[in-house]
Design a protein around this ligand. Structure first.
Ligand code: DX5
Ligand code: ZN
Length: 214
């Protein structure tokens, strides 16, 4: 089953509650929450207090994407704030295993993400600990960028690696995805589609979310 995870980065932050209600009514499965620290990536977005504030207003699965250095320092805060899935970057810490273990111990699903220039084979040692692998299809840091087609073989590679390890982890893709190019990533093996601009800038959110299922 294909899941759609609208990224609130493209929403109107002044009206976050109504923006989230719109995508929930529009058929979203997850809510993608981009956390940036101005160090791992050049941009700063939001933190655990915002996650906590929106939690009572939504039943969606909170899909928290941490683009921060040494994420182990903050995973407990996000778990307590109401995250369901916490995804960290392979490139953001030397303590990948420990971080994933901590996320699971906190009762959340653990995700591991790779940037477009990271070789997917680097995830191999961590596959048994992962509920989700997030393949970035743009350089993390900003919404509204163009999809990088060279990342498609990464999605295929991740699919093959997961199959080899008998893993049921989901394959999520993030960056520059719209109903126009979603087929490419679905064919490559993705089953969780993140979309920020495509969803929140759309005139018909339900139609766009449907379109993102391919
Ligand atoms: C980028 C973020 C993405 C971003 C996607 O670093 O991780 O989740 O919000 O936005 P679009 O779909 O506009 O590329
Ligand atoms: Zn993201």
């Amino acid at each position: 089953m294909i899941k759609v995870s609208p990224s609130i980065l493209a929403s109107d932050f002044a009206n976050l509650q109504t923006e989230i209600e719109k995508v929930e009514k529009g058929g979203a499965d997850y809510l993608h929450i981009d956390v940036m620290d101005g160090a791992f990536v050049p941009n700063i977005t939001l933190g655990a207090p915002i996650v906590k504030a929106i939690r009572p207003h939504s039943k969606l699965v909170f899909d928290v994407h941490l683009m921060i250095n040494e994420p182990i320092r903050y995973v407990e805060d996000f778990a307590k704030a109401g995250a369901d899935i916490i995804t960290v970057h392979l490139e953001s810490t030397e303590r990948v295993r420990e971080t994933l273990e901590k996320i699971k111990k906190l009762g959340c699903k653990a995700g591991l993400s790779i940037k477009p220039r990271t070789d997917p084979v680097e995830i191999i040692p961590y596959i048994p600990l992962c509920d989700l692998i997030l393949v970035m299809t743009v350089e993390p840091g900003f919404g509204g960028q163009s999809f990088i087609p060279e990342t498609v073989p990464h999605i295929e590679k991740v699919r093959d690696l997961l199959a080899k390890e008998n893993s049921n982890a989901e394959i999520e893709v993030d960056g520059g995805i719209s109903p126009k190019n979603v087929r490419t990533v679905l064919n490559a093996g993705a089953n969780v589609i993140v979309a920020g601009s495509a969803v929140f800038k759309s005139d018909d959110i339900s139609e766009t979310i449907r379109g993102l299922r391919g």
